[in-house]
Write a protein that binds this ligand. Structure first.
Ligand SMILES: NCc1[nH]cc(CCC(=O)O)c1CC(=O)O
Length: 332
């Protein structure tokens, strides 16, 4: 492609910035309510349904609060909600059975939300950390995160979520081979139309700290997640992960975290032209809110600019804790 740029003054790039109308006409990318996925935290632990101190404005929700979130999403036009449970430390084990218990709180919430507000898509989290005594996404033996045994557990977890009525499975665990195993299990169980949004390029990031507070995994986590999540120094490797997950049956792919990894989003979108998402993670939310609370940034402007950047980078949608606030501002 050849860029034709006549010299000044024939070419005055400011002409198209002169008025709001012209700027609107020339705008290449827009953020719509339809691009938002809203992650919420849920809990049935008495007294845990409070604001998360490192995520101002974000609360853990009870069953009632989760249904209210679904109703709000429907009213605002937000297409999907993603659920993350805070679990009682007393139910966490090394074997994580609660993760695939049919009657676990997440599965009850999925069923209740689908019954109350069928049109809002429910995305789940597939990873063992909320149920794991050691805080890891996978089963651990002698300090090693077990890949294949974890995949078997994740399949059981996903089947219970699918039975409860989940629309989108969100494997966030970064084990190898889990997308293929999940896809095969869904076909075999008759859940042929359940979508998989793979956390395909998920990095071992320092920006997940507030999330681990929210789901109660911070205290439990021993060590770090570097043997399964990606090295922040890598970019080609993200393409290999995404290619593999598409080949195994992912319908959508995700890059995570978001703002510090928009270069990865652009490469993934250009390379694969798949429905592509990024997660503006808890630490990004916390960082913006901290500056906003200090009066150093304007809430609405900083929030909307940060979200528009995801669209410009190539995202079809973005998971963000700002979803309801952004939706209120943009309008349906
Ligand atoms: N399965 C873990 C999981 N799922 C989503 C997030 C992070 C989301 C956020 O920070 O907002 C994490 C944290 C982690 O990998 O430790």
């Amino acid at each position: 492609m050849t860029l034709i740029t006549p010299p000044f003054p024939t070419n005055r790039l400011r002409r198209m910035r002169r008025s709001a109308g012209l700027r609107d006409l020339a705008q290449e990318h827009r953020l719509s309510v339809k691009d938002l996925i809203w992650p919420i935290f849920i809990t049935d632990v008495p007294g845990a349904d409070v604001e998360i101190s490192s995520m101002p404005g974000v609360v853990r929700r009870t069953m009632k609060g989760a249904i209210e979130a679904a109703e709000l999403a429907a009213k605002l036009g937000i297409p999907a909600i993603c659920l993350f449970p805070y679990t009682d430390p007393a139910v966490k084990t090394e074997t994580c059975e609660q993760a695939w218990a049919e009657g676990n709180f997440t599965n009850k919430v999925i069923a209740a939300m689908k019954a109350a507000v069928p049109d809002v898509a429910i995305m789940t989290d597939i990873a063992l950390d909320p149920y794991n005594a050691n805080g890891h996404d996978g089963l651990v033996r002698d300090g090693i995160i077990l890949n294949d045994e974890t995949v078997e557990a994740l399949v059981k977890m996903a089947l219970a979520q699918a039975e409860a009525g989940a629309d989108i499975l969100g494997p966030s665990d970064m084990m190898d081979g889990r997308i293929g195993a999940l896809r095969e299990a869904m076909e075999a169980a008759g859940h042929k139309d359940i979508a998989i949004l793979s956390y395909a390029a998920k990095y071992a990031s320092a920006f997940y700290g507030p999330f681990r507070d929210a789901v109660g995994a911070s205290g439990a986590l021993k060590g770090d997640k570097k043997t399964y999540q990606m090295n922040p120094g890598n970019s080609d490797e993200a393409l290999r992960n995404v290619a593999r997950d598409i080949a195994e049956g992912a319908d959508m792919v995700m890059v995570k975290p978001g703002m510090p990894y928009l270069d990865i989003v652009r490469r993934v979108k250009d390379e694969f032209q798949m429905p592509t998402y990024a997660y503006q993670v808890s630490g990004e939310y916390a960082m913006l809110m901290a500056a906003i609370r200090n009066g150093w940034l304007d809430h609405d402007k900083a929030m909307l600019e940060s979200l528009l950047a995801f669209r410009r980078a190539g995202c079809d949608g973005v998971l963000t804790y700002f979803a309801p606030k952004a939706a209120e501002l943009i309008g349906a």
